[in-house]
Write a protein that binds this ligand. Structure first.
Ligand SMILES: *Cc1c(COP(=O)(O)O)cnc(C)c1O
Length: 393
C-alpha cells in the first residue's frame, strides 16, 4: 500500500518515514545490458558493502537469476553471509579479496569460497587451514599492476607464483584465478591504463610459464567493462554499473550505456509550517529565510547516510519541483524551504531515483556533495528500510 503524491505516482509504503526502493528488474536489465555489451566473458556481480547499499542477498540472488555465475565480495564475512543465505556453490562461485591475519580461512574453505591471495603471509595462513580442514583451497592470485593498494608487487610475484605452484603440486590448492584491479579505468586515456594492461599480461605470462593454468583471468571493473574491451579476459567484475549508475559520468550517463538506476530514496514530510522572514534554519543558522515562507521537515539525516556535506546543496523533489537542503543536515533530519508552494505533511520527498520522474539522481547528490555516486548509495544506512520491487521469484 502506498499513498499518492502530487505527481500522481507513489513510492512510499504507508506509514514509513523514509524508504529505499530497490528495482530488481532494473538490476537484471543492467546485467543483461552488460552481457550484451561484453559478449563473451563471464560476469562477476560485485555485491560487497551490502551490494553498494542495495542489499547483498537480494541483489546476489537476482544477479544469479540474470546469469552471473560469479559473485564478488570484499570481506570473507560478506561471502559467508551469502552462503548462509542459501546461495550454494552450484549456483555461484564467490570470490572474496580482503583478508587480514587470523581471518576465517577454515570457514571459507568449508563454504567453498574462492580466496584471493596477495602475499606470502596469506598463502601461509591459507595452507595451514587447508591442512587443518582437509579441504582443497581455490585461490586467485592478485597482482598489483599499478594500483598500489592490495595485490603482489611485480618483484615478489615470481616467488608467490612458485609457492602457489608448489602447493598445487601437493594437492593443497588449485589456482583458479589470476587477477588485478585498475587505478584509473574511469579516466579514458590515463597513462596508467596501458601500463596496467601490459603489467597484467606479464603477470599472467609469468604464472603460466611457471605451470599455473587458471580458470579465469580478470581485470575489468565497471568503467573498464563499459569502455575497455581489451581488459575483459575471461571475466568482468562490474559493481556500480550493475546498480545502474555510471562510473564515468564525464563520458556518459546511465542511459548512454543502457543502464537504469536501481535505488530510489524517498522520505515523507514530517512537518510543514509557516515562518516569518529572517528566521534561522537548523544548527548554526547557516540558512535564513529571506521572507515569510513555508518550511518542510525531511525526516532523514546523516545517521541515515545523507552526507552532512549536502548542507545547503543537496537536491530533492517535492510535488514535481526541486528544492535544496536549507541549512545543515542534522543526524536525523533536514529542512527545505518550500517558498510559496503548498505542500502537506506526509507528502513524498524524492531525494534521488532513476530520474524518470524528473527527480534528482545519486549522481546529482554526488556532485552536490563533492563525492561520487558510489558513496551516496553505499552509505544509505541500516535505519532506512529497503523495499524490493520486481523480484524474479
Ligand atoms: C569494488 C571492486 C570492483 C567493482 O568496482 P566498480 O567500479 O564498482 O565496478 C571490482 N573489483 C574489485 C577488486 C573491487 O574492489
Amino acid at each position: 500500500m502506498t499513498t499518492a503524491n502530487t505527481t500522481g505516482t507513489a513510492l512510499l509504503t504507508d506509514g514509513v518515514r523514509a524508504e529505499a526502493t530497490i528495482d530488481l528488474a532494473a538490476l537484471r536489465g543492467n546485467l543483461a545490458a552488460l552481457r550484451e555489451r561484453t559478449r563473451g566473458p563471464e560476469l562477476m556481480a560485485v555485491v560487497k558493502a551490502d551490494a553498494y547499499g542495495h542489499g547483498a542477498v537480494s541483489c546476489a540472488r537476482e544477479a544469479v537469476a540474470a546469469g552471473a555465475r560469479w559473485l564478488g565480495t570484499a570481506t570473507p564475512e560478506e561471502a559467508l553471509g551469502l552462503r548462509a543465505a542459501g546461495i550454494g556453490a552450484e549456483q555461484a562461485r564467490i570470490l572474496c579479496w580482503l583478508w587480514t591475519p587470523g581471518g576465517p580461512w577454515a570457514q571459507a574453505l568449508r563454504a567453498e569460497i574462492d580466496i584471493s591471495v596477495s602475499g606470502q603471509w596469506a598463502m601461509d595462513e591459507l595452507l595451514a587451514a587447508v591442512r587443518e580442514t582437509g579441504v582443497q583451497g581455490r585461490v586467485h592470485l592478485k597482482a598489483d599492476t599499478g594500483l598500489g593498494r592490495n595485490g603482489c608487487q611485480p618483484r615478489d610475484w615470481p616467488a608467490l607464483v612458485a609457492a602457489a605452484r608448489a602447493a598445487e603440486a601437493e594437492g593443497l590448492i588449485k589456482v583458479a584465478g589470476l587477477w588485478s584491479h585498475f587505478a584509473a579505468a574511469d579516466e579514458p586515456g590515463h597513462p596508467s591504463i596501458r601500463l596496467q594492461l601490459d603489467g597484467f599480461a606479464e603477470a599472467v605470462a609469468t604464472a603460466e610459464r611457471a605451470g599455473l593454468r587458471p580458470e579465469v583471468r580478470h581485470l575489468a571493473n565497471s568503467p573498464a567493462t563499459l569502455l575497455l574491451p581489451e581488459s575483459y579476459y575471461d571475466l568482468v567484475r562490474p559493481g556500480l554499473a550493475m546498480y545502474g549508475l555510471s562510473p564515468v559520468p564525464e563520458v556518459g550517463g546511465p542511459a548512454d550505456f543502457g543502464l537504469r538506476p536501481v535505488m530510489a530514496l524517498t522520505a515523507r514530510l514530517a512537518l510543514v509550517k509557516h515562518v516569518p522572514g529572517g528566521h534561522g534554519v537548523s544548527y548554526g543558522h547557516h540558512y535564513t529565510t529571506s521572507g515569510e515562507t513555508t518550511l518542510g521537515l525531511v525526516p532523514i539525516g546523516y545517521a541515515d547516510g545523507i552526507p552532512r556535506h549536502a548542507s545547503g546543496t543537496g537536491p530533492v523533489q517535492v510535488g514535481g519541483k526541486w528544492y535544496t537542503v536549507a541549512g545543515r543536515v542534522a543526524m536525523d533530519q533536514f529542512v527545505i524551504d518550500l517558498g510559496g508552494e503548498t505542500a502537506q505533511v506526509g507528502d513524498e520527498v524524492r531525494l534521488f531515483g532513476n530520474g524518470e520522474h524528473g527527480e534528482p539522481t545519486a549522481e546529482d547528490w554526488g556532485r552536490a556533495c563533492g563525492t561520487i555516486s558510489y558513496e551516496i548509495v553505499t552509505r544509505i544506512g541500516g535505519r532506512v528500510p529497503r523495499r524490493y520491487l520486481g523480484a524474479s521469484s
